[in-house]
Design a protein around this ligand. Structure first.
Ligand code: ATP
Length: 499
């Protein structure tokens, strides 16, 4: 459905207040004009009062209250104001005034209950601030990001206007890189590319990716992570690694797999002990699948206004869908959703946020492969663990002896220190209960020790000494870990290790 059709359908369904949280007012104006067809449009903006919607020339220097009163007081069906769109721009600060809230509410209720009175209020703002009193009357409208055909159209229009010759192949390639950006952002990037090179072609891909990274970063909740890690840098966790290798075959050949009848993979939840490779695996997944990695910071989702948190999540999901195929890594899941459905009792906002995420996970058809990680699943809502949300739930335990040996080898090899002087088997007994992160720390510290002791060669005894002086995570977090283990036992989770 086209965005303007979606907007029209809200108007026809008598949604009285439509909140559009966006910064590109030009694009939104076009959309509202399309949805209005012959309906009169009245615009108010904070700088100029009542302005002409098309020319933006000031009509009356009204304040918002006077402007709203035109539509609120004694309307009769023969006045044009009784069948109109009110476009209120950047009025988010005014929405904390009780008299303004009351007027908007009154207009909204008239639209719902009074015959022949149809005034749809559009609040268009760069900030989201929905007063609690209006919450039930407000519909949030998301402008979907342009898809391939729209981006190609935009590129054609841009090249035509500036008389730029660009091959169809180059346009197709650029369109793929520009996915995930709004029309406004695409135009900004094209302007920059044109200014720098005097033309637009596939060489601009590097610039696009750099700009895209910035834009995604500015969203505040998503981050593009560049991945250097490879699968063989994970010691142990063989069962999880085999599972992911199989998924990689599907994702790398999704077209063929779909035709064969394979469903698009949804994602996995990896829970378990701290410092044991959950984050490392999440990064490796993206590399293995050959797709970008987006990290969602759930701690930053929560906003202070009504609807802001959902809007943040919606935006993050929308962006990841537009960038798809990609891996969306939801790190420390428990940070956002602790307490929901349990004794803690999550707040309204976190419960709604969680509901939104669950529905998306359940219904998702796009190739956004979700890797959710969590240390403490005891505080996570049980609904999350039900089938249909993730393809599989894995738990990661402290590494077994053979896994520890591999982790020692990986970190020694990485630093060029794996030699005959080191017998990794001898390190296993004393490193019982060490996490991967502990082992890495032991290797690093031992190399430093060897360096400061007149640059002697690293050997087993130095490593053993460091191990003896190290308090492992399983020791320092003993009580917490017992609690985590109990919580893990309640769910039907697969062990990430094969041993
Ligand atoms: P947390 O839950 O505390 O975030 P985590 O399980 O996500 O921990 P990671 O961040 O993946 O742990 O691990 C920290 C570092 O420890 C890794 O960057 C890696 O260097 C090392 N490490 C952990 N587990 C392994 C492993 N299985 N193989 C190799 N290195 C590991």
């Amino acid at each position: 459905m086209l965005p303007s059709d979606q907007l029209s359908s809200y108007v026809e369904a008598l949604r009285p207040i439509i909140y559009i949280h966006h910064f590109d007012f030009d694009t939104i104006d076009k959309l509202i004009a399309d949805a209005a067809r012959s309906t009169a449009i009245y615009e108010f903006n904070l700088a100029n009062g009542h302005v002409d919607f098309t020319t933006k020339c000031q009509k009356q220097p009204y304040d918002l209250q006077t402007f709203l009163a035109l539509f609120d007081e004694n309307p009769s069906s023969d006045q044009p104001e009784t069948n109109s769109f009110l476009v209120l721009k950047d009025v988010h600060q005014e929405l904390s005034k009780p008299e303004i809230i009351a007027q908007i509410k009154s207009i909204a209720l008239k639209t719902i209950y009074i015959e022949n009175y149809y005034v749809t209020i559009f609040i268009v703002s760069t900030q989201l601030n929905i007063p609690k009193e209006l919450e039930k009357l407000v519909t949030l409208f998301d402008l979907p990001l342009p898809q391939n055909p729209e981006i190609i159209e935009l590129l054609n229009e841009y090249c035509l206007n500036l008389n730029i010759q660009t091959s169809e192949d180059d346009k197709a390639e650029l369109a793929t890189s520009l996915k995930g950006l709004s029309q406004f952002e695409i135009r900004q990037i094209l302007n920059l590319a044109y200014q720098q090179n005097g033309t637009i072609n596939r060489d601009d891909n590097a610039l696009i990716l750099k700009e895209k990274e910035q834009i995604i970063k500015k969203s505040g909740t998503l981050e593009i992570i560049s991945v250097k890690e490879e699968l063989d840098e994970i010691g142990g966790l063989d069962s999880l690694k085999d599972y992911l290798k199989n998924k990689a075959q599907v994702i790398r050949n999704m077209g063929k797999a779909k035709r064969f009848g394979v469903d698009p993979p949804k994602g996995i939840l990896i829970a378990g002990m701290p410092g044991c490779g959950k984050s490392l695996t999440s990064k490796v997944v993206a590399r293995l699948f050959g797709v970008p990695l987006l990290r969602l910071d759930v701690g930053k989702l929560l906003g202070k206004y009504v609807g802001e948190s959902e809007q943040n999540l919606r935006y993050a999901i929308q962006t990841s869908e537009a960038v798809s195929p990609c891996v969306l890594w939801i790190d420390e899941l428990e940070k956002a959703f602790a307490g929901i459905g349990g004794d803690g009792g999550g707040s309204d906002v976190t419960t709604r946020l969680f509901g939104y995420l669950l529905t998306w996970l359940q219904e998702k058809e796009s190739l956004v492969y979700v890797v959710a990680t969590s240390n403490d699943i005891s505080v996570l809502p049980p609904e999350l663990m039900r089938k249909g949300r993730f393809d599989e739930l894995f738990y990661v335990d402290f590494p077994k002896p053979e896994e520890r040996r591999k982790i020692f080898e990986i970190h020694l090899r990485k630093r060029g220190k794996l030699s005959k002087r080191i017998d990794t088997i001898k390190l296993l007994k004393d490193s019982e209960g060490f996490s991967g992160a502990d082992i890495e720390a032991v290797v690093k510290e031992s190399i430093e020790k060897a360096f400061v002791s007149d640059e002697i060669e690293l050997d087993t005894s130095i490593l053993l000494q460091t191990i003896k002086n190290t308090r492992s995570l399983s020791e320092t977090l003993k009580v917490k870990i017992e609690k985590m283990k109990k919580a893990l036992e309640q769910y039907d989770m697969k062990s990430a290790s094969a041993v």
